[in-house]
Design a binder for this molecule. Structure first.
Ligand code: OGA
Ligand code: NI
Length: 569
């Protein structure tokens, strides 16, 4: 019976990773499935059983998020009233709708239409934009967190990112929605400024306080498309999440489905003609020192549809790095309001983390993860995982409470996992790492007392498409140029592929020291100016970057790319 039961087991076993890949490779998203006529949703979209059971016990409140009429918001007493309504809404719901705002209704309608048109155009154009690379300014994808979420969401997304830099080449914006989206972006950016003034006042600050923090600068615009779903009770349009932003402005069409968490229940956010939904993101909850709330929300899947929405995340400045944290005026000890969060940089960085599988982490490993996360926060917008992490990881967590919970989430978000998945084969070696990447002080007691010369050999260096041995030489040290010096030298010096053969003899032991430059506080590196004089015919070959950016890219790059490729101009 052995073979039989094995077989049975295999049939039972369902390869989720494989199914995700097949879906991803269609590059046509959820709409592609609907176009193909599916009548049952593929298993990758089905929510885990515990969630489906919980849903049965979950009640709905009839309460609705506040609707705030902005008419007269620049007139004395009326402004006070509006500011007060915004304060109450931001402290309780974290969400409100605004009407009679400054954006013309015709533009709102055109924006929804053009997002629908983008998603409903020929697949060919969309497929060309299909990408999971968050560095692409304009991209189409379905489920950016596809490989890490518990269940895929029933929606497709067009992203226009002005997260890293403010300039978006109009030519890069898809033609069907170019003119309208650029117009909408202009209006929404201005309106975001107006709202930040009102929110500053609602916090008891000067009207320009949040604007001066450049909260409006990094922006990501997202055009969501939720196709009609044949089995909406089994999946979601968007899983519950908080937003990785200071402020989010959402425009939805007439279908409905957005829900907001309120006292352990879900409340509908009904579509309101000419209205815009405003919500507080994680970064403003932090800046306000927990006065304003970044609240869980989600989108139901629906038989009806498609549903279309446009979301604008105001994410603050990431490059050059800027320090954010609780606003000093709101954390006066004398008022009994000590800061609840640490300061942090909003930048992209891979934290120092244990390389062992999560199930084998020691207490000390866990502590390191939390520390690294807290020190450098991974706040890329629109990564549902990092955004859930944001608050948990930055909140002062010197003692490792909530551990399982946070570690679970951390694991899924962990860039290292992506790295592991992209590797085709593991190497026959173990490593001892002594890291002074983040800070220069290493407790001598932490360092094992071993450093010895080794004679086994096996190191090879690439030379003109061949491998050359690097034979052990008593008393010698091997020196090699790394990627960062190749970049600094503007390709004059070479950072060269090398590898280590496995060996019958052994063990082989080596000690490697990487000089990686300054990561914290962030420092900008790039081709050295003296070496890139145009007059000498040596224009720079690489862009400038932060070491953390380089490392982040290095550890998450596709297997066929070098650490240098991304920074090539
Ligand atoms: C989001 C979001 C809601 C919607 O994109 O973060 O919450 O209605 N979207 O599309
Ligand atoms: Ni959201």
């Amino acid at each position: 019976m052995d073979t039989f039961s094995n077989e049975d087991h295999d049939i039972e076993k369902y390869d989720r990773a494989d199914a995700l890949k097949v879906f991803d490779e269609t590059k046509t998203g959820v709409k592609g499935l609907v176009d193909a006529g599916v009548t049952k949703i593929p298993r990758i979209f089905i929510r885990p059983p515990d969630e489906l059971v919980e849903e049965l016990n979950c009640s709905k409140v009839d309460l609705q998020i506040p609707v705030i009429d902005l008419t007269g918001s620049d007139i004395g007493d009326r402004r006070k009233e509006i500011v007060e309504q915004i304060r109450v809404a931001s402290e309780t719901w974290g969400f409100f709708q605004v009407i009679n705002h400054e954006i013309p209704k015709s533009l709102l309608d055109e924006t929804i239409d053009c997002i629908r048109m983008f998603h409903e155009q020929e697949n060919e154009i969309k497929m060309k934009l299909y990408s999971r690379d968050r560095m692409h300014k304009v991209r189409f994808d379905s489920n950016l967190d596809l490989y890490r979420s518990r269940a895929a969401n029933w929606r497709d997304t067009l992203t226009l990112s002005m997260f890293i830099s403010d300039d978006l080449d109009p030519e890069e914006v898809p033609a069907v929605c170019r003119e309208t989206m650029l117009e909408y972006i202009k209006h929404v950016t201005k309106f975001g400024g107006t709202l930040l003034e009102l929110l500053s006042e609602a916090l008891g600050l000067r009207p320009d306080h949040l604007q001066n923090l450049e909260c409006c600068h990094g922006r990501t615009f997202v055009g969501q498309y939720y196709p009609p779903c044949p089995e909406p009770e089994l999946t979601l349009g968007a899983s519950k999440h908080t937003d990785p932003s200071f402020l989010t402005l959402l425009l939805q069409d007439h279908i409905g489905g957005l829900q907001v968490r309120y006292h352990d229940q879900w409340a509908d956010v009904p579509p309101l003609t000419g209205g815009l939904v405003v919500n507080i993101g994680d970064l403003l909850q932090i800046a306000s020192n927990d006065k304003f709330k970044s609240v869980d929300h989600r989108v139901l899947a629906n038989h009806k549809g498609p549903r279309v929405s446009t979301v604008c995340f105001f994410t603050g400045v990431a490059v050059p790095p800027k320090i954010y944290g609780p606003i000093k005026e709101l954390t006066l000890k004398s008022d009994g309001n000590p800061p609840v969060y640490k300061d942090f940089l909003k930048m992209v960085c891979l934290p120092e983390t244990p390389m062992t599988p999560i199930t084998q982490w020691t207490e000390d490993d866990k502590r390191k993860v939390v520390k690294a996360r807290a020190a450098i926060c991974n706040a890329l917008p629109y990564d549902l995982l990092s955004l859930n992490l944001l608050i948990n990881q930055i909140r002062k967590m010197d003692t490792f409470s909530n551990e399982d919970h946070d570690i679970e989430k951390y694991d899924r978000a962990d860039a290292l996992k992506v790295f592991d998945e992209t590797k085709t084969a593991a190497n026959w070696r173990d490593s001892l790492t002594l890291a002074m990447f983040i800070s220069d002080d290493l407790d001598p007691e932490e360092v094992p007392a071993v450093c010895r010369h080794d004679h086994i050999g096996g190191l090879q260096v690439r030379y003109h498409d061949q491998w050359a041995d690097v034979p052990p030489l008593t008393g010698s040290l091997v020196v090699n140029i790394g990627d960062l010096l190749q970049i600094a030298s503007n390709d004059k010096f070479k950072s060269v592929d090398h590898r280590v053969l496995a060996n019958h003899n052994g063990p082989r032991v080596s000690a490697v020291c990487f000089f990686t430059g300054v990561a914290v506080p962030p420092k900008i590196y790039g081709p050295i100016k003296e070496l890139t004089l145009k007059s000498d015919g040596n224009p720079p070959v690489y862009k400038d970057f932060l070491v953390s950016e380089y490392m982040n890219n290095f550890f998450t790059r596709p297997i066929d790319k070098s650490g240098l490729d991304y920074f090539k101009l």
